[in-house]
Design a protein around this ligand. Sequence first.
Ligand code: SF4
Length: 744
Amino acid sequence: MSRDRMGCAQRQKEATLELLGENICPYCGVGCRLKFEGEAGGVLRVRGVESAAANRGGICAKGAQLGPTINTPDRLAQPRLRLGRFDAFRTVDWNTAFRYVREIFTNILNTHGPEALAFYGSGQLDTETVYLIGKLFKGHLGCNNTDSNSRLCMAAAVAGYRTSLGSDGPPTCYDDIDRADTIVIMGSNMAEAHPVTFDRVKASKKARPEQQIIVIDPRRTPTADCADIHLPVAPGGDVALLNALGRMLLGLGALDHNFVSDHTRGFEEYRAFLMLQNVNELCTLAGVAAEELYRVAKILKASQGFLSFYCMGLNQSTVGMWKNNSLINMHLLLGQIGKPGAGPFSLTGQPNAMGGREAGLLSHQLPGYRTVEDAAHRQEAEEFWGRSPGTIRAKAGLTAVEMFRDLEKGKIKAIWIAGTNPAVSLPDLHQVRRAIAKAQLVVVNEAYHPTETSRLADVILPAAQFGEKEWTSTNSERMVAYSPKLWDAPGEALPDWQIIARFAQALGYKGFNYASAAEVWDEYIQMTKGRPCDMSGATSARLREVGSLQWPCPNVDHPGTKRRYLDHKFAFPDGKALFLPRDHKEPREVPDHEFPFVLTTGRLYTHWHTLTRTGKADKLMRREPAPFVEINPRDAAKLNIEAGDMVQISSRRGTIRLPARLRDGVCPGMVFMPFHWGDLYGEGNAANYLTISAIGRVAKQPELKFCAVNLEKVPQPKKTSLPLPIAAEEEIEEEGLPAEAWMY
Ligand code: SF4
């Protein structure tokens, strides 16, 4: 068919599409509201909603290609169960599945106690589900071992906000992009991982060319390509860089004396700590030229609005919380927080990672930013749930990596995994596989089967996904958004919240008989009343009317809150934010003669997490079809590696083989790998077979950005032809459609 006729056929098809409705994108934490159009049998077009505050009509390729991921042959329609790991799964009804899980759970509880159980969830789960997981596990089973894959991406940000400002949750909003003079993007490849927000940064820069964009990242990423200044910090050198910057700002007289004296504590200790540091030594540790950093210091001093974005590059570290504290110190020193266009802004990786934090999925949390360690918080939760005093344990439960360690040791006997694929995403995958193999029971809630994790399970429960249920989520800027049900889930698949509620009832617990997601939501928000994340005014009825509201939203007449701390009263009892002096610390595993390279892992524009959805969209797979290792050309030349050569990459934990891409955007001595691909795409090629499971002391976030590896060229008779990425523009032009309207 000629291109003209193809274009004409597409336009005709476009004209007949029916609007199915709107939903929040199920991928990243930008929280784009998307419009789904189609006809009987499926979604044919996805576009951004113009009136949505988070994306203002924007959409990226992942969102635009959601259509092909919905009705796929691997969607789960019935529960599946097998009695032995070498048996085939058989289809069962819900009652049989619940009876089976209940029997094993009860045996374990009676024999080993609640600490032998664990729930590992996800920032993909809606808030209603997260709330019920906490209510069941922490409030009824007495088990605090509930954690989330948010532990892999956001735990350091949570701990950073709590220790520096007194409460989790960013102070900022997306509108601050248009109000900031200077935007520092540190440890975040926004252009690929949060593309619609980055589009807004680019638009702001275009409208105000004097706005300064400073990117601090060891790699020259597509984000760094758009920067006025790119500081290629040495991997692991962030705290040293921020301390050097702090020292330079003090030297420049940039201190906001009034703000610091009226609204902060700990400045004198911080100043004394900085004055003992040698700037040149710090710059050497940070791997940046002192003159370049001084240039940044002068820009920050002159800025009326300094906004910082940060993500995994700061968080995925054994000192991730310290990196967060060190960055927040800059904002406090300059008085650049609690006003439009200023403040620290952690980007969330998943659509409801924020909601999970608010509703208490992490192992130390209870709903409404409460913690299990706080006796008053436990009492409030027990009273709210009608439980006897002492039901909720005072000790924080196990975090993600700790859970899988204890599973391998046999201390945890049963694990329930929902909305995540730890057999690809956790560090040290050989350990994860050994742990799962030891489990007495593995239950997995999933929309698809097989995934790398579901194929290791005993029971798989079919979950309805976005568009197939009513659900609520919170995005990176604290925007709580409601998504309606647009089409039916396949077969007997249920929303996760219903799966949890029905299982709780199967265990004999009262208080889980909900008629709707709205009922769960309205119960949950009462627990946020009077808390920093108060959303008691964002009732289900109101959200169904207005779509979204930013917390705090303490009553039904409240319009929601764009920015926190405008009164400069922070969330500590005395209202003062805290300076926290933090020293540079080496990552847990540094290169040596045996493993001389640093491996850092990350994301690509067209893929999301473990390819469970994006792996089903042909256009996305054509653009990035396979994993690779990115090497600096100078290192490659020394090892006689050419582009496309197969390279063996080894760490102390595993060995994988991938084709090489040569790029001078990675610094010498470092290699980069995307972590998206798991064993379904080639046994043993996942980046996380190599990564280290070392975790931070407080945030317990694993150091996914840094471990030591060795590279060797694999002798090969014939060169591997590495599929080249297809430029999005090429494909769009081929389709004759604008970027936001990819059709299939
Ligand atoms: Fe979805 Fe994130 Fe892309 Fe928006 S930017 S469409 S939320 S993946």
